[in-house]
Design a protein around this ligand. Sequence first.
Ligand SMILES: [Zn+2]
Length: 240
Amino acid sequence: MHSLSLLITCEHGGNSVPADFRHLFVGHKALLRSHRGWDPGTLILGEELALRCTAPLIAATHTRLLVDLNRSPHHRHVFSEITKPLEKSTRGHLLGEYHSPHRHQIQQHVAQSIQAGGWVVHIGVHSFTPQLGSQVRNADVGLLYDPRRGPEAQFAHAWRQCWQTNSSLKVRMNYPYRGIADGLTTYLRTQFPQRYVGIELEINQRFPLGSSHSWEMIRASCRDSLSESLAGWTPVENLG
Ligand SMILES: [Zn+2]
C-alpha cells in the first residue's frame, strides 16, 4: 500500500503589487483586476480543498503581471508587457524574489514526500476567463494532465467521473489548455518521472464572478469530488 500525499498550490491566487513596483501599475488598474492580472476564486478554493483534505497549501498572491509563476523562467511570457521592458537586473530580482521561492518550495515538498516512499498528487488551482476574444469557453471545469502519464491520466479521469456523477457540471479534459503546455506541473513532471501526479484544476471564472450560490455550489462539489476520488484511488507504478 502506497502512502499518498496531496499538495494544493495557487500560482495566480491574487493581484497584489509589492510597494517597490506600484509605480509600474499606475494607469493599469483595469488590467490588474482582469483575468490577465490573477485567477479570481482560486485562493479561497485552494484554502478549502486543503482544509477538507488535510493537505498543505502553497499559495502566491502577487499579480502574475509582475512575473508569472506558472511559466518557466526563460519562457517568453514569464514577464508581462509591464515588466518585460525592465532592466535585466530588475527582472532577475523578480525571478529571485517571487518566482523561484514559490516553485522551489513546491519542488522541495514533492521531493521530500517521494523520497519518503510516497506518491504525491499535486493540484494547481487556476481559473479561466469565460470568453477569450470571440471564443466562448463551453466548460465549467477543466482538468489538465499529461495523457502519457498513466497514473495521472487515471486519476484525472476518476476525478472527472466522480464530479460528473454528482453534479450537472461540465468537466472537460485538457481544456481550455493542454496539460503538457509550459507550466509548473509540466516542469515538475520532468523532475519526478515516477510517483508524481500533477493536475491543473481550471475553474470557469463565471462562478467566482457570478452568483454566490453557484460559486458555493461548485466549490462544494469540487471538495467532495476531490476527496472522494482520492479515497478511491490506488496508484499503480508506471513501469514503461
Ligand atoms: Zn492560473
